[in-house]
Structure formats: structure tokens, C-alpha cells
Design a protein. Sequence first.
Length: 276
Amino acid sequence: MTALRPEIAEDQPTDAGQQGAVGLHESIATLLASRGQWRQAYQHLRSALDLVYADEEPQVPEQLRREVDRLRREHAEAREQSLRDSLTDSYNRRYLDQRLMDLLAEHGACRHGLAIALLDLDWFKQVNDTFGHLLGDRVLQRVVELLQQDLPEDAFCARYGGEEFVLVLPRVDAAAAVEIAEAARERVERHPWQEIAEGLRVTVSAGLAYEPAAEVAPERPAVSAEQQLLRADSLLYTAKQSGRNAVAYRADGRVRLAGAAAGRRAITETRVLGYY
């Protein structure tokens, strides 16, 4: 939506009151156009144009200000809803992809690392088969609540698809990333699931991919969001093959399991192209 005021300046001077009224009509027109309400948007642009060539100073109606505020709120709410998963209210894949690209673009100038934990519910098909899909939906909602607890500032949880979720942990070091992912796994394991249904038990497995700060590993090539997710997925597979209910990560060139799972001897590694 093109603003009117640059052209106005050459033809006729405008005072503060006129500029304010024109600006409000333009704001409403822009918001309406973003929602596809072209006729209403055009009407507001016509009103702005009429004010430009009015002989008297216009009075900005309070109702017009309220309409701008309402439309802005509705626009912000609609955008937020478009980035949320309808079942769990966590962020969705669209937000994950957008935010990861932004974070990786910032990563080169950041003094801290970026971690991505890909988590999958263990044996979730059995939960649905045994207890039904409605209870399965409740489990997914509760798991998201548990995953989101105690996350550091700027970290977030997103639904990757089905029963898979991603924890994105910006500006953390490797040790902190492992602690956060392991704490999330442990919260899920220790939750009193039997209060939802007798005999219900839920655990998650996770693969944690960590990208150190550029200044820590300057020789390390930059990775894309897809590459880091592939690395996390490979480590998730390792956690599953190593007994589930574990967080797999890479340190000093080796794959390790965090927390209580660290004592397990059988670790099945998978190789991902370009993994350090």
C-alpha cells in the first residue's frame, strides 16, 4: 500500500493535524489490505486523499484512532495464530523455519553457540492404540508444557510434525545445552502420567546438535537450518537405538548420552555428511 504523503509535500503544505488524520487513514488502509479487504482499504485511501486537499484543518475522530488500534491488534493476533500449532499451542514449522534462518544469520557475529534438540515421544503409537487418540492429544499438550518449562530467554519449543518437537536454544554453550535438553527429558519421564490414565507412561528421546560460536571454531563452515536439523535427527536416531528415553549429543568427536543414560554401553552411531 503506497503512502500518500511524499506526493503531498510537493503540491500543498500540510499541518500536524492534517498529517495525523491522513496517517490514520493510511494505517487503516494498509491493515485492511493485508487482510484482503480491498474495498474498505480503498475507501480509507479516498478519505486520506480528500483530507489532503481540504481547505480546513481536519479533526481526527477518536473513533478513527480506536479503529486503527483494533485493526493492529487483530492483525498481530492473526499473525501470531498463523505461527502456532493448533493442538499444542507451541510454535509451528513455519515459525521454526523462519526463526532458525534468522538465528543462523546472526550466529556468525554471536559470541555464543546455537543448539537444536529434536525430540520424539517414545512408543507414542502404543499410547494412541491403548488409550485412544483423544488422550494421545492430551499427552502431546502436556509434553509441550513440560518441554517449555524453565527454558532460557529467547529459547522456544516448536512442533516439528506428529509427535516430534524441537527445542531451539540460542546463545548457550555446549554444556548448558546438554543440561537443558536432559532436564526437559527428565521432566517428561518423572511426570505423574498415571494421574491422566492408569498404566500410562511417557518418555522422550532427543538428539542435540550444537553449533559453536564462530570465534570459537573459525575454521568450521557455516551450516544451514536444514543441516543442523539433519544432525539433530541423526543423533535422535542414536538415542532411539541406544535404548530410548535419552539425549544423544556429540562431544570431542564422539557421540555420548546425557544423564542416567551415560552408563549404557551400546551406542549406535549414524554418520551425517559434513558432521564434525
